[in-house]
Design a protein around this ligand. Structure first.
Ligand code: PMP
Length: 404
């Protein structure tokens, strides 16, 4: 039964049981309409209520300022690697429409793990010249990286090298696979993202997929775009939240006519999504419905963002304390060596000794701990402590680690 397992999946990941119970009812009969939520038109007043409720609760949780739009997009976090680039290059092209020659802009990537590496690779691909010998659309570069450490720490603030007039700066707040995360808003350190070093006017883009609604966002209003796939803290896979500053809602067709930018599919144009309340085409109605229920639950039952943060901090501290003690005994090794760069959401560690990892996982399975295997690209163990994972589950895992 559900109550007998502790699910530490990295995504898709556990959702609050009361939310799933409510969703199960709505799947069959939404609000007494006699129709399931997946059987309702996305243009119905019922669905309009669902998507508007989701937006309102998200605005409330984060205190999203009025000059930002909230979009519900498709294609996962991966599609946003392209969309952020395409929309910002289009906005920049329009800003420079009277320039006799449009200079190829740099784009500054902060590469701290697997996901920011993939975002950087996508930007390099889309920046390729439209024909051999032509000029590229952009010049993505690395402004800071943690690669020499194999992504087991974050760059320190003095290691960033931003260009003067980049199209944008990109970073990933929480690296789901590697287990690093920028420090919490109320605990800045040498590993914090150095917003004050970003040249004035350069938009900052952040991938918050695996730390969305887990705690307040540090320097929210210094971001131009925040993107997050739903399938960790927010809901099922299939919907991606984009919080975008309104000056980046531009007519990409106009920009394409000016030239020097890659083609922008209409589904990637933020202005189109914003103008149509995220209903330009058929949206993923069920994932949006479940996400709306999660947001309602977070606002009503979890005492908002501060309450969520307090629980998540306690969970992370509990597990890291057990891991540090076990490391001192020689049974485990934490992957992320710098404590201040450690993720609250994805906790990565290795079991020391030949054959011991299998013994650890087999023993864990027998006790009801699920989905603890590390990502296939890095191996080891990963415990993901998203919002729906309780402190009790984390304490149980901590005890297992201590006794192992
Ligand atoms: N960014 C981060 C931080 C992620 O964790 C993931 C997926 N786990 C992605 C991007 C890619 O998201 P998707 O699989 O929805 O394309």
């Amino acid at each position: 039964a559900r109550e007998q397992v502790h699910n530490f999946a990295a995504g898709p990941s556990p959702l609050p049981t009361p939310v799933l119970e409510k969703a199960a009812v709505g799947l069959l009969n939404y609000n007494g309409t006699g129709m399931g939520v997946c059987e309702l038109s996305h243009r119905s007043k019922e669905f309009k209520g669902i998507i508007e409720g989701a937006e309102a609760n998200l605005r409330k949780l984060y205190g999203v300022p009025d000059n930002y739009s909230i979009l519900f997009a498709q294609g996962g976090g991966t599609t946003q690697f392209a969309s952020v680039m395409l929309n910002i290059l289009a906005a920049r092209r329009i800003q420079h429409k009277d320039d006799k020659e449009y200079a190829v802009p740099t784009i500054d990537y902060v590469v701290t793990g697997s996901w920011s590496s993939k975002a950087y690779a996508e930007a390099q691909r889309l920046a390729l010249p439209p024909a051999p010998g032509a000029q590229p659309f952009a010049a993505p570069r690395i402004a800071a990286t943690a690669k020499p450490s194999k992504f087991t720490t974050l760059p320190k603030q003095d290691e960033y090298d931003f260009s003067a007039d980049a199209a944008y700066v990109y970073y990933c707040e929480n690296e789901t696979i590697n287990g690093t995360e920028f420090p919490a808003a109320d605990a800045p350190s040498e590993f914090s993202f150095p917003f004050d070093k970003v040249p004035a006017g350069v938009p900052v883009v952040a991938d918050y997929s695996s730390s969305f609604v887990s705690r307040p966002i540090a320097n929210f209003d210094k971001h131009a775009i925040i993107v997050a796939g739903a399938q960790k803290n927010l809901g099922p896979s299939g919907v991606t939240v984009v919080i975008v500053r309104n000056d980046l809602l531009v007519d990409t067709t106009e920009a394409m006519k000016l030239g020097n930018i890659p083609a922008v599919p209409i589904q990637s144009e933020y202005k189109t999504l914003a103008d149509n309340g995220s209903l330009y085409n058929t949206p993923p109605t069920f994932p949006i419905y479940v996400s709306a229920l999660v947001l309602e639950y977070l606002v009503a039952e979890r005492d908002g963002m501060k309450g969520i943060e307090a629980t998540n901090r306690a969970k992370a501290e509990t597990l890291y304390a057990a891991l540090d003690a076990a490391e001192a005994k020689g049974t485990v090794r934490c992957v992320v060596r710098e404590k201040l760069a450690r993720s609250w959401m994805n906790i990565t560690f290795e079991i020391v000794g030949e054959g011991k990892e299998k013994a650890f996982l087999d023993g864990a399975e027998a006790l009801g701990f699920r989905q603890l295997k590390g990502h296939r690209s890095v191996g080891g163990i990963r415990a993901s402590l998203y919002n729906a994972v309780t402190l009790e589950s984390v304490k149980a895992l901590a005890e297992y680690i201590s006794n192992f």
